[in-house]
Design a binder for this molecule. Structure first.
Ligand SMILES: Nc1ncnc2c1ncn2[C@@H]1O[C@H](COP(=O)(O)OP(=O)(O)OP(=O)(O)O)[C@@H](O)[C@H]1O
Ligand SMILES: N[C@@H](CCO)C(=O)O
Length: 309
């Protein structure tokens, strides 16, 4: 969502010439996020978002775009990928696989209310139920092995204290991974900046590029760690609101309740490490908003304390 790849007006005009979406009248880079380059594009027919994928290739993206298309054609909350005149969804711009989606209304929120936490919980359950019958070929990138792989990339940059904390948590997670938890397709990154609200109501769910097959509880934990946090402190009232929204559509099983704290810990560790990996990768971007890895270290410590309280 930072802008890594520049696009000139001429390139954009030529690119949109392949579609039946009107003529480009305006465009601007979107600075949020860290993975891909995005432009908001206004044409004579409507508003679109252009995404240039910085790391994934067409083959890797095919299942995700198929998922988006399935969701986007059924529910207006999801971005609907647009096909060009030859019925292709993924084209090439500046050497990057590129997708055009309808631009959804609304804005992301910084401080969600209890009601907005409840709404995101309900939408997450809806997403899980809507994709129940899908087999999705992308394996989890949140399980213990994936977290260990992230750790190995940054291990040498860490303080002795942080290394000890991470190794202790990895040991705990390895001992308690539970394959019997229910699951299917997960969004994998449902942070506040990946949801839009208009007039207090949820109007969009974005960014399916981290979707994978995993436990649904993982998705709840990833989402809760971002939505239920005020000034760095985990807000259990917000967690209760999020879960109550979720459980209106899919009540959690006893085993999911038992593993809730462990999943919150796993998700904290995973995003602490993924942000550190990004921090040390030094990727140059024209527009970028760096994300603080240590927010998730603090959250991990809080969840560990809560487990022993
Ligand atoms: N269909 C859309 N409608 C409205 N805004 C959108 C749409 N797609 C993307 N955006 C805007 O672009 C931003 C970046 O999109 P997205 O989250 O999909 O990108 P990303 O680079 O994969 O992000 P991340 O770093 O979180 O993985 C969003 O936060 C939102 O502001
Ligand atoms: N949402 C992630 C970035 C994309 O995976 C974060 O805030 O670290």
């Amino acid at each position: 969502m930072s802008v890594y790849t520049s696009v000139t007006p001429e390139q954009l005009d030529a690119f949109f010439g392949a579609y039946d979406l009107g003529q480009v009248v305006d465009y601007a880079g979107i600075p949020d996020g860290i993975a891909n380059s995005h432009y908001a594009v206004a044409t004579t027919q409507g508003d679109y978002v252009l995404t240039l994928f910085e790391a994934q290739n067409g083959e890797e993206l095919t299942p995700v775009i198929g998922l988006m298309q399935r969701l986007g054609t059924r529910n207006p909350l999801y971005p609907n990928p647009q096909a060009d005149k030859q019925n292709r969804l993924l084209l090439n711009l500046n050497g990057k696989p590129t997708l055009v989606c309808k631009r959804l209304a609304g804005r992301s929120i910084v401080s969600p209310t209890l009601d907005q936490c409840r709404q995101i919980g309900t939408q997450l359950a809806r997403l899980h139920l809507d994709t129940r019958d899908c087999t999705f070929p992308i394996a989890s990138h949140h399980d213990v092995l994936s977290i260990k792989a992230l750790f190995e990339q940054v291990e040498n940059q860490l303080s002795a204290g942080d290394r000890e904390l991470i190794l202790s948590e990895l040991q705990f997670q390895s001992e308690h991974e539970q394959q019997a938890l229910p699951g299917g397709v997960i969004h994998g990154d449902l942070f506040r900046d990946n949801a839009l609200f208009a007039d207090g109501q949820i109007s969009g769910i974005l960014d399916f590029y981290s979707a994978c097959s995993d436990h649904w509880l993982r998705d709840i934990a990833v989402c809760a760690n971002d939505w239920c946090r005020d000034y760095g402190i985990f807000n259990t009232q917000k967690l209760t609101a999020l879960l109550s929204g979720y459980e209106t559509l899919r009540p959690l099983s006893a085993i999911e309740h038992q593993h809730c704290n462990r999943m919150l810990r796993a998700a904290s560790l995973r995003f602490w490490l993924s942000r550190l990996v990004h921090h040390y990768s030094n990727r140059p971007a024209a527009l970028s908003q760096p994300k603080d890895p240590f927010v998730f270290k603090d959250l991990l410590v809080q969840h560990r304390h809560a487990a022993h309280a």
